[in-house]
Write a protein that binds this ligand. Structure first.
Ligand code: AMP
Length: 383
């Protein structure tokens, strides 16, 4: 990196955050994206952020980034100017009109050129700027214009947040000590099969909770009632259980169970006592105890996915207990983003974990061992 002036800087961040009625519900990604802005302002003429939000089909008012510029203004305690057209020919004049200004462009995906990875679009977005900083780890698994094309037209760097994400996830990939535990949960087993296959040989323990454990339990011939199950992956689950020889993988032994997601739970039901219409929605107290015991003997923990339907208070007990247990443990904890971050925000605090990833899908793909299109394509920006 150079200490010379970077001119007009465009940063591709991942500002894809939940918004309801114009209000940002969770600003974790925004906070992480603006952490180094002051330093950057010192070496540039202007700083402009760009991001996608959701999956719009053309221009959709509800997916405008305007609420994000309001949130950024609040967090930075200075005006972040919103520019509502990525290809406005006037952008250079707007940038130059405000020395050291901070700007945010409208949702990249309002232009189909973004996801079509269109060269003309990339060139158009790049044209008012001098420097590009690719810092959107959460979108780095996408072959989109802002990930792989815009940077070709500018003096480009990999951003500090992206570099930190890679450094932390590399710790998981390169971990081979005896005290490494992976804790997985969430809804879909299919999202995490490749990751399990890649990491299982290196871990001492794999704990599986959430909805995804039922595909494994069904593979072991338990009656799981109406619990979530991806039947087409039962064979893969069997293969994984066989390959671990049953030693490394720990599955829940009891559950919070209900007949319907909007009705009451019966707690601590043994897996051998499920009836045909039972739905497992949380892990039970024996499982929590067992998981906590294994986690407490670990030196490194990688966690991704809630232990139950934690959005419903009555089914949130297991996720809450496990979140708080890890938060208080003397371990190196890495959290793989997505819903685990929502759980941490609900029950604890991100400061109590060593690294909380801003990228859900991207961190999972990275840990599958895939080369992501946006990772390590530019030199790191060190500021
Ligand atoms: P994922 O995106 O795969 O991490 O899944 C997160 C979602 O999994 C959350 O919305 C949880 O409500 C859901 N989930 C966790 N445990 C269960 C379960 N036992 N049954 C159904 N859904 C679950």
């Amino acid at each position: 990196m150079t200490s010379k002036n970077l001119g007009n800087v465009l940063i591709r961040s991942d500002l894809n955050v939940p918004i309801r009625n114009g209000t940002v519900l969770d600003n974790f990604r925004i906070k992480k994206s603006i952490e180094y802005i002051e330093k950057l302002q010192n070496i540039s003429s202007s700083v402009t952020f760009t991001s996608h939000l959701g999956r719009p089909k053309g221009v959709e008012h509800s997916l405008s980034l305007k609420p994000i510029s309001d949130e950024m203004s609040k967090l930075l305690n200075q005006d972040v100017v919103f520019i509502n057209n990525n290809l406005d020919e006037d952008i250079k004049n707007i940038l130059n009109s405000k020395e050291k200004g901070i700007f945010l462009l409208e949702n990249l995906r309002f232009n189909e050129g973004e996801i079509m990875n269109d060269e003309k679009f990339a060139k158009g977005v790049a044209s008012p700027f001098d420097t590009y900083i690719l810092d959107a780890f959460g979108a780095s698994h996408r072959e989109h214009a802002s990930i792989v094309k815009i940077g070709n037209h500018l003096n480009s760097f990999q951003g500090p947040l992206m570099s930190k994400e890679i450094e932390e996830l590399n710790k998981v990939l390169n971990e081979s000590n005896q005290d490494f535990t992976i804790l997985l949960g969430g809804a879909k087993v299919s999202d995490k099969l490749a990751l399990i296959k890649n990491l299982l040989p290196r871990v001492n323990n794999l704990l599986i909770g959430g909805g995804m454990c039922f595909t494994f339990l069904k593979a072991l011939d338990y009656n799981i009632g109406n619990s979530l199950c991806e039947d087409q992956f039962i064979e893969s689950a069997k293969e994984i259980l066989d390959s671990a020889d049953g030693k490394k993988i720990t599955l829940p032994i009891d559950f919070g169970v209900t007949k319907a997601i909007d009705s009451h739970a019966r707690n601590n039901i043994d897996i051998s006592e499920f009836s045909d219409d039972d739905i497992g929605v949380d892990i039970g107290k024996e499982t929590i105890k067992k998981f906590q015991e294994i986690l407490s003997k670990s030196k490194t923990i990688f966690w991704n996915g809630p232990m139950g339907v934690f959005e419903v208070d009555e089914f949130s007990h297991g996720t809450k207990e496990i979140t708080n247990a890890i938060a208080e443990m003397d371990v190196y904890s890495i959290v793989g983003g997505g819903d685990s971050v929502n759980a941490i925000n609900k029950f604890s605090s991100v400061d109590k974990f060593n690294h909380v990833s801003t990228g859900g899908g991207a961190s999972l793909e990275y840990l599958e061992g895939k080369a992501l299109p946006g990772v390590n394509i530019y030199n790191q920006l060190i500021i």
